[in-house]
Structure formats: C-alpha cells, structure tokens
Design a binder for this molecule. Sequence first.
Ligand code: SAH
Ligand code: SF4
Ligand code: F3S
Length: 463
Amino acid sequence: MKTRNLYIVTYGCQMNVYDSTCLGTLMKKRGWKLAEKPEGADFIFLNTCSIREKAARRVIGHLNRLKALKQKNPALILGVGGCVAEQEGQKLLKQVPWLNLVVGPGRLGEIPQLLENLTSDMPPIVLSGQAPLMTEPAASEPQDHRALASFKDFEPGPSPISSFLTIMTGCDNYCAYCVVPYLRGRETSRPKEEILAEARSLVNRGSLELTLLGQNVNSYGRPGHRGGQDFVELLTEVANIPHLERLRFTTSHPKDFPPALVDLFGQLPNLCEHLHLPLQAGSDRILAAMGRRYDSAHYLWLVSALRAACPNLALSTDIIVGFPGETEQEFNQTVKMLESIGFDFIFSFKYSDRPMTKANLLPDKIEEKEKQRRLAHLQAVQKAITLEKHQALIGQSLEVLVDGFGRNQGQLSGRSRDLKLVHFDGPESLMGQLVMVKILEAWPVSLIGELNSNQKKALQNLN
Ligand code: SAH
Ligand code: SF4
Ligand code: F3S
C-alpha cells in the first residue's frame, strides 16, 4: 500500500505543540509519513487555538486557503483539532463545508484509528470532549484524557534536544477573560509514574532539556484530581533523572506558589533560572475583576521570595491591556509594576472578548484604538527594560543549548538557561550541544556572542 502523508500545522500554546508531536508519533507508527508541505499530503490537520479572536479567525483564513488543495485533490482529508474545534464543533462545518474531521483536544488520540477507514467522500465526523456526535459512544467521558494516556507509548528513535511534556490538562481557574476552562475541561493530572517513564524515555533518546507543561502546573496533583500527587515531588523526581541537563515548567499561577516550590530554584541544579509567572495586570481592582485571586502585593512578595532563593532568576510574564473598565490610572499601575519588577521579557495582549466568558458580558469595553495605544506604550517601556537586561550580560559567559541556525551564514543559535536567545559563529557539529558563549552585543530580542576561547581551542584540536 502507498505510504500516506500527513501535514500538521500547530497554532497556540506549547500544549498544542506537545499534542501535535504525539499525534505525529502515533500516525508514524501506523505507517504515515510526516510531510513538510501541504501540497501532496493525504491528510492535513490544523491544531488550533481560540485564546483571542484573532487566533480563531486565522484558522478560518487558513481553511479557506486550503480549499484550493482540496479541489485539486478531492481525496485529501482535512481535519481541524485543538480549541477552535472544541469551541465550534458542528458549526465549523457550516462555515467550512469542505472539512472532513473536527476533533476536540480531549479526543485527539482517536484520530489514528479513525483515519484507517475514513475517506473524503464520507460524511464529516465531529468529536468533542463534551458531546461526541459520531463516535464509539461510551468511549468518552468529559474528564477523559485517553489522548494523553495513549501517547506515553512512544516510538523508539531520537527525541528532540528539547522536549515538551504535558503533565496535566484542563484548567479550573476560570479567569474572567479566558476561554480555556470551557474548551480544555477540568484539571486532570497524569499519574506520576507515567510522566516519569515518558521523561526517562525522552532523556534516554537524547533530550537534554525538558519543559513540563500545564495551564497551571502548580496545581498538579491537587486533591480531587485524578492521578498525580504533588508538583514539588514530581519536579524533584524528574530533576533526578540522570543526564537531564535542563528542566523547566510552565505555566505557574501566582496564587498557587508554595514556599517549597520557591526553594527548589536554589536547590535543583538542573532547574533553569527562568520562570514565566503571568501577572496580567498591575491594578488590584482589575486583578479582582479578572478573578485572579491574588493582588499586586502578593505578586511582589512572591517575586522577592523567588529572587532571594535564586538571585539570577530571569522572569517573564503575560499582560492583558484594556480589560473591560480599565482606566488610564489602572493601566499606569501595570506600567509601574513592569518598571519596578524588571521582567526579562513579556508577552502582552489587547483584551479580546471570548464566547462563554464572564468578561464577555461586562460593560465598559475599551475601544480598539485605545487598547492599541496602551499596548504600544507598554511594549515600548518593556523594550527598554529588556535591552537594559541584555546589555548587563555583555562580557559574561552563558551556557547555550544549540538548537538552530542564526540569520547569517555560519551562525548558530540557542537558548541560555535563563531563556535568552543567543547567536554566535560556530561549526554545525555543535548542533544539539551545550556550549559556553561569551556575550559581545545586546539587542532587544537576542544576544550576539562568540564561543569561549577554550571551546574554540578544543574544536581546533579536533580538526
Ligand atoms: N494558563 C496560563 C495562560 C494561558 S493563556 C496562565 O494562566 O497563566 C496565555 C495568555 O493569554 C494569558 O496569560 C493571558 O495573558 C492571555 N489571554 C487569555 N485570554 C485572553 C483574552 N481573552 N484576551 C487577551 N489575552 C488573553
Ligand atoms: Fe485561562 Fe486563567 Fe486558566 Fe490560565 S489560569 S488557562 S488564564 S483560566
Ligand atoms: Fe490556545 Fe487552547 Fe492553548 S485556546 S492557548 S490552544 S489551551
């Protein structure tokens, strides 16, 4: 039988990246080949995100562009997964009638089996976590994470230098602006042994760096979750895996950050000196309206505790500007927080109305133009802070995990332990290795350096 080709496009968060990787692995096991372009593929799968309206709209645009391929090759199977699939379900078929498959994130593990018999002339199939419309019934219950359970059975073969590992799914926090709890369901922790087995397997097959993933990893193993125990315990056990050079986790909610977790930053040698800790807003009134369940004082206290445990900890955050009712003064409180904390970098967004959320129903929406102005101002403030942080690194040597090429010929790139993007000249043979790089130049998004002299000498001796 002819080998069938699969082309996957991934939007959204790292959990989607993990899911896409797992889907690719499962499909390869069944003899599929991963294609590098959509042309000529037998199955195209878009793994989508619905966090902001713009993200969701992009998916429809992409599906419209794929229509031409479908016309050229009527046997092509076109599938949509991820959060837009869960949110829109059957409705997506009205907008995009040339779709064959709509699969919510909780049902992803069913795709390989489905594809055994599915042809493009069959009626489209819609599978979602809450209300499966056409599938083996009983197979799904809302909190089921069979998709993940079946992924633990990885194929032998090399793993990437740096791998993601989802440790829990769903979110129970219901922040007022956020659609995730409605699309990814309730928090569910994967059993610790399953995570450790997958982590060991990734490390044994070549991953030097692991990032543990969840919408709120700090609540891993909370009582009432199925499976899992305690995040501090899990992190410590993963850190003890021999030959794991670097360990990261994301995302953490500031309301759930126990002192024992803070202390790990000073204790686990391979836990990297970087933490992503979403702040969202600097005003206590807005934080309360967002349902974040911490105030600015708690956040500041946590930052100082973390910096006491690990003085060179790099911090990044997420900020939303223009939450409904946010005044100019409240926005300025966010700016002040950025100035007083000094994040290494931030992700900042204009508030976007999402279906089902509480904020969607709030009055006093901020005009687009004003949100744009606030965002531009915030980003300008942060750009200066980031640049200053980068300049302070000039002359220092950073450990870099080489995982890509820079823009110029002969240039390599990688991340430092504190997640700085570093470019430097070096031979391709360094790909996948940890090297020391001395920083020479600082830019707003990256650093430029040179290989440390003893490393250069070692390379010369090899030649
Ligand atoms: N679970 C993570 C974040 C997940 S979503 C956490 O709570 O930290 C990533 C980021 O998208 C959020 O931190 C938030 O800043 C942003 N975001 C979520 N919903 C949004 C919305 N409706 N409008 C604008 N930004 C949003
Ligand atoms: Fe969304 Fe809040 Fe959950 Fe993060 S913690 S996914 S922002 S509801
Ligand atoms: Fe997007 Fe869903 Fe992740 S909305 S951010 S893909 S959980």
